[in-house]
Ligand binder design. Structure first.
Ligand SMILES: NC(=O)c1ccc[n+]([C@@H]2O[C@H](COP(=O)([O-])OP(=O)(O)OC[C@H]3O[C@@H](n4cnc5c(N)ncnc54)[C@H](OP(=O)(O)O)[C@@H]3O)[C@@H](O)[C@H]2O)c1
Length: 261
């Protein structure tokens, strides 16, 4: 299968690195305007790089991996080439209808992957109105990178903050948790916190217990863990978390408006 990849940044690299473990990417072609990131990534995953789109014959499908603000330039470089092809776009903040209009194409599937796809432990959300029939085959492809879920476009947009941004929230939490202690140096404490999260993640995936049940297994009545949890509950951590997510959602709307104008 011939696939054209437009952009060779962090997210594209994570996807291709994850896929390379089960797929032969020799017929995948990667394009980036400078040619440098495409060349590097192609070398790492066994694909081919180009920096002139005219050198590309019609692909089976096209993966868009640039930033939303780079879409107008990309659209100008494409100049209607491949308009009959299916585009699969990881762009946040630009609707399926707007991307179809900007690129002058007919079919587009939006995907929202997250960085752990690199280790085949990611989440990829997929949504499309224009290419519903091809959704199942792409759901199967992205299932090779972890959980792959077909949702509506509005669900994809809301859940981007949970699945796409989620890993960053965990890292920030880990940093703050580690900084709440004094023993050992920062580096050694960070090693401990990484292992705690890795162990907790393993527990989460191996156990059928609910999140409440898992929490209860770590706590005892009147103990130290529940003292910390009670402090969080009394200081309304859940409301603070919700307000922070609302700030992210508000920013997503602002970005969408900026990109449309
Ligand atoms: N990072 C995440 O965790 C994450 C999660 C979910 C979704 N996403 C989405 O993934 C996309 C890429 O994000 P990223 O973090 O991977 O960005 P990035 O690292 O900055 O990579 C952007 C890539 O796009 C290329 N590019 C720039 N202009 C282009 C053009 N006109 N045509 C084709 N390619 C072009 C760049 O090539 P040069 O090197 O030549 O400039 C670079 O390879 C974004 O749309 C983002 O919304 C990211």
């Amino acid at each position: 299968m011939k696939v054209l990849v437009l952009g060779a940044g962090k997210m594209t690299e994570a996807i291709l690195t994850g896929l390379k473990k089960t797929e032969n990417l020799a017929s995948w072609v990667i394009y980036s305007p400078s040619g440098i990131s495409a060349q590097k990534l192609a070398g790492r995953v066994g694909a081919r790089a180009i920096n002139d789109l005219k050198l590309m014959e019609s692909p089976d499908w096209i993966l868009i991996g640039c930033k939303p603000q780079q879409l107008p330039v990309l659209s100008a470089s494409l100049n209607g080439q491949f308009k009959e092809s299916l585009f699969v776009s990881m762009l946040a903040a630009v609707s399926e209808a707007d991307q179809i209009k900007m690129l002058g194409i007919k079919e587009l599937i939006r995907i929202m992957p997250n960085m752990p796809v690199e280790f085949n432990e990611g989440v990829t959300l997929l949504a499309s109105d224009s290419s519903k029939v091809r959704l199942p085959s792409f759901q199967a492809l992205f299932a090779k990178l972890g959980t792959s879920l077909v949702v509506t476009e509005s669900e994809l947009e809301e859940l981007t903050l949970l699945t796409g941004s989620g890993p960053a929230f965990i890292y920030e939490f880990a940093k703050n948790l580690s900084a709440s202690f004094e023993s050992l140096g920062d580096e050694d404490r960070e090693k401990l916190v990484r292992q705690v999260i890795k162990g907790a993640a393993k527990n989460l995936s191996a156990s059928s217990d609910s999140l409440d049940e898992l929490t209860t297994k770590v706590t005892s009545k009147g103990g130290v863990t529940i003292a910390v949890l009670n402090y969080w509950r009394e200081s309304d951590l859940s409301q603070k978390l919700k307000s922070a997510i609302e700030a992210g959602k508000k920013r997503a709307v602002e970005i969408k408006v900026t990109l449309r104008s």
